[in-house]
Design a protein around this ligand. Structure first.
Ligand SMILES: NC(=O)c1ccc[n+]([C@@H]2O[C@H](COP(=O)([O-])OP(=O)(O)OC[C@H]3O[C@@H](n4cnc5c(N)ncnc54)[C@H](O)[C@@H]3O)[C@@H](O)[C@H]2O)c1
Length: 414
């Protein structure tokens, strides 16, 4: 089929790594193939691009030249799944070409890039959607509903602690995420999800942050180091040894492609030049007076989060179990609603099918199904994308300087 002749929403993807090829390629077609067609694929790495194309529809325009892809495939929507620091240039280019954008989080990694995107969206009249899939997890929706219901009175403070285990957390230290210049640090790359959830749950803007960050486990803290896990002399003794050669999907997408640009999927987590933090805390103040106590740790024996809203009449709390060595609920979460009158309600929420506890398929439907409705405001635009990035940028700056940083002023200046 000629890709220009489809009646469905024409979608181009730039950045055909794991997320672009898997979530936004293969999975989006499975969820929404009746509404959208992938008409173009682009990536600066030609080998990865062609490995990805072999997994996706044969009739897409496949080229390393993004301008050429936009011109030939004429997408209505460009999905941006490249490295974080490259999002802004690509988003602005697409908007200026009259194309709507769905970008992976974080929308950008600097305040200046957030401002450029907001300005381009306004100037061109096109739309940017930011792929905050956690908003679409059924548990998140229930929490949003409970917080908005007033059940615990006025929310005054939030405790939010996110734990990455040594499998998932280590993965951020194997690749480009490990450098602030590419990811903005985990305060931006990872916490953008968490800060966006807070903004959405609280329906308010973050105004000020005071944060601390340290690198305590990875990078220069390692007892030894090599270049990459494949062929490493320390494989037998390293707690982070990762045998990517056992995963045909990773080999297919990354191993041969690394010959083209030197980007290996299993670089040593103990590289001495790693400059992001693995241990982070932040105190955030919101425009509505809510105080948030946040932390992110990337080398835990558990994966998941603790979240609690403290209010004038009670507390909503959840301990989300994602991966741990002890028995815990599987496939569902329990939310406790506790009143200052000693009342206790236990609410069970089942996870949905698909990635991110059911968030990924619902996000795809909300973006591609023309009949989709959005009563809870789950779709996130460029302002939401910017606010969560700016909290992370401000937290990183605060950790570097030891001073509190005003968040909203970053919307106006660097
Ligand atoms: N929402 C989520 O839960 C979630 C999960 C994972 C990743 N992500 C985001 O998705 C994006 C992709 O992540 P990934 O793990 O697939 O990364 P990746 O490194 O595996 O893939 C990125 C691809 O982009 C290409 N690329 C880099 N710069 C480019 C440029 N300027 N032009 C064209 N191509 C370029 C690379 O060659 C690579 O193929 C990132 O922004 C990441 O933060 C989001």
């Amino acid at each position: 089929m000629n890709p220009l002749q489809t009646n469905k929403r024409r979608v181009g993807i730039v950045g055909t790594g794991h997320r672009g090829t898997g979530t936004w390629g293969r999975d989006a077609l499975a969820h929404c193939g009746g509404h959208m067609a992938i008409v173009g694929l682009s990536d600066c790495n030609g080998k990865r691009l062609h490995a990805a194309a072999a997994n996706l529809p044969e009739d897409a325009v496949v080229t390393t030249d993004l301008d050429g892809m936009l011109e030939t495939a004429k997408p209505h929507t460009l999905v941006v799944t490249t490295r974080d620091d490259t999002h802004a240039d690509i988003i602005v280019k697409a908007l200026e070409a009259g194309i709507d954008v769905i970008t992976e989080k974080p929308m950008a990694t600097t305040a200046a890039d957030c401002r450029r995107i907001l300005e381009a969206e306004k100037r061109t009249g096109r739309r940017v959607d930011v792929a905050f899939n956690y908003r679409f997890a059924p548990t998140s929706l229930k929490i949003r509903d409970l917080v908005a219901s007033g059940r615990i009175g006025t929310v005054t403070s939030v405790d939010f602690h996110w734990y990455l285990d040594t499998r998932h957390g280590a993965d951020y230290f194997r690749r480009w995420h490990a450098y602030k210049r590419h990811s903005g640090s985990l305060f931006v790359h990872k916490a953008t999800h968490h800060f966006d959830l807070l903004n959405w749950f609280l329906d308010s803007d973050p105004v000020r942050v005071f944060a601390q960050g340290d690198l305590r486990k990875y990078g220069r803290n390692g007892p030894f180091r090599g270049e990459r896990c494949t062929g490493c002399a320390h494989a037998g003794e390293c707690e982070f040894f990762f045998d990517m050669q056992k995963d045909p999907w990773l080999v297919d997408l990354y191993e041969e492609a690394s010959a083209e640009d030197g980007y290996v999927r299993d670089a040593c987590v103990y590289r001495e030049d790693i400059d992001i933090y693995d241990t982070m805390t932040a105190a955030i103040r919101y425009a509505n007076g809510v105080q948030v106590s946040y932390s992110l740790n990337a080398y835990m024996p558990i994966e998941g989060y603790h979240l609690a809203f403290n209010g004038t009449h009670g507390r909503i709390e959840i301990r989300m179990y994602e991966a741990q060595a002890f028995d815990a609920p599987v496939g569902r979460d329990e939310i406790l609603v506790l009143g200052t009158d000693r009342s206790v309600e236990r609410i069970t929420v089942e996870h949905g099918p698909g990635g991110h506890f059911g968030g990924d398929p619902l996000l795809h439907r909300s973006l591609y199904d023309p009949e989709a409705v959005d009563p809870m405001g789950q779709r996130a635009g460029a302002r939401a994308g910017a606010l969560s990035v700016l909290t992370g940028v401000a937290a990183t700056r605060s950790a570097e300087t030891g001073l509190p940083v005003e968040i909203l002023s970053l919307l106006e200046k660097g």
